[in-house]
Ligand binder design. Structure first.
Ligand SMILES: Cc1cc2nc3c(=O)[nH]c(=O)nc-3n(C[C@H](O)[C@H](O)[C@H](O)COP(=O)(O)OP(=O)(O)OC[C@H]3O[C@@H](n4cnc5c(N)ncnc54)[C@H](O)[C@@H]3O)c2cc1C
Length: 353
């Protein structure tokens, strides 16, 4: 499929075969249009390994950083209007970006406005959840302490319904400002977002795919986000800041003891199967320390793959597939990925190191 879109002097098109190609004027013209319409300078061929916690991922054709929610919405609207394949990346802490990288536009969410209003913490999508937790603690508001364990943004945390230490986003989210697939914005109550164990409505864009930008994205092998979180409101409970700090320090200590935080990773690779833990199963399959190239299954936490020797994205994926196959063979349990594979993975199984 070759898609073009005529709004706002469209400059990009998606080309069948998984390539996004700029029309006349090339990527420089697309970048100029982004600067004009969204007020953001886009960079060419920026390696995404710099923006993922696993430290893997090839270049994005273009990368643009949104410094507030208005820019975030403007960049997404621009990409949709131009039929330009695009992705939104928060802190890249739940992503394995392919070695081939991202064709089209990667939008980096660094919208970091944040304020406390009464018992609410209102944060733009790019605020790191750990920072939100600390700000809430200083304001004497309890409920977000678990956020200290999660090195992602508020927007990525809603997408995943991220959680830890007995709580999750669903427990504290009041509402989210959403940029919908049709271009409108709405404040949606948390109850409407389909939050469940590491899941949300945002992960399931079914029914929103008729827009041309979504077709273009799928032609280029991308998972374009159909709905974007622009900002959120957390409803918290007043509490003694000292007591909240004690809880935060406990969580910090627990993480240091149980997770390989000194090495690049993407957190838990697999979801926990019902009634069990993916880490326990991988450990029982004797895979701690197993490696492919520069990637290894952590000795400290078997559901973490760490990049300790300059891994490629393919190393990480091959190792994860070995763990998945071995757990299925030994225990009959089909592990499901918690991380998202982003970018062009069309020929990863053919590649040999
Ligand atoms: C060491 C480590 C520990 C971790 N521990 C935990 C844990 O305890 N619990 C847990 O739940 N997770 C954990 N994670 C995983 C990860 O931090 C969370 O899933 C986090 O919510 C991802 O946020 P992010 O901003 O990094 O999203 P990214 O990884 O950048 O993106 C993930 C997805 O979210 C989408 N997205 C990002 N921003 C937006 C937005 N504004 N609107 C719509 N979609 C958006 C992206 O398009 C992508 O599809 C851990 C990760 C690491 C590296």
């Amino acid at each position: 499929m070759t898609g073009t879109r005529g709004t706002g002097g469209a400059t990009a098109r998606a080309v069948a075969g998984g390539r996004a190609a700029p029309a006349a004027g090339g990527w420089a013209a697309v970048a100029a249009e982004i600067a004009r319409t969204a007020g953001v300078r886009a960079r060419r061929d920026e390696p995404l390994s710099r923006y993922t916690t696993m430290r893997v991922g090839g270049p994005a054709d273009l990368l643009a950083v949104a410094h507030d929610a208005v820019q975030l919405a403007a960049l997404v609207r621009f990409a949709r209007g131009a039929g330009l394949p695009h992705v939104v990346i928060g802190r890249g802490s739940n992503l394995i970006v392919s070695d081939a990288g991202i064709r089209g536009l990667a939008i980096l969410s660094r919208a970091e406005g944040c304020r406390v209003e009464g018992n609410r913490l209102i944060a733009e999508a790019g605020v790191p959840l750990a920072r939100a937790a600390t700000l809430a603690q200083r304001a004497g508001l309890a409920g977000l302490e678990f956020g200290l364990a999660i090195p992602g943004t508020v927007g990525g945390a809603v997408w995943a319904n991220a959680g830890a230490h007995g709580s999750d986003v669903a427990a504290v989210l009041e509402s989210a400002r959403i940029l919908r697939g049709d271009g409108t914005e709405a404040d949606e109550p948390a109850a409407a977002l389909g939050l469940a164990y590491r899941d949300s409505r945002l992960k399931h864009p079914a029914g929103q795919g008729s827009a041309l930008w979504a077709d273009a994205a799928s032609a280029a092998g991308l998972s374009a986000p159909a709905e974007i979180v622009l900002a959120v409101s957390f409803g918290l409970a007043p509490a003694d800041p000292v007591a909240i700090k004690v809880r935060i320090d406990e969580i910090r200590r627990w993480r240091r003891e149980h997770q390989p935080l000194n090495l690049p990773s993407a957190g838990s690779i697999f979801r926990n199967p019902p009634g069990d833990s993916a880490g326990r199963l991988i450990d029982a399959a004797r895979l701690k320390g197993a490696r492919v190239g520069g990637a290894a299954i952590s000795e400290r936490h078997a559901n973490f793959i760490v990049n300790d020797r300059g891994a490629t994205a393919v190393d990480v994926r091959r190792l994860a597939e070995i763990a998945r196959a071995e757990v299925a063979r030994r225990f009959g349990v089909e592990l499901v990925y918690e991380v998202q594979f982003m970018g062009d993975w069309s020929d990863w199984q053919q590649e040999e190191r």
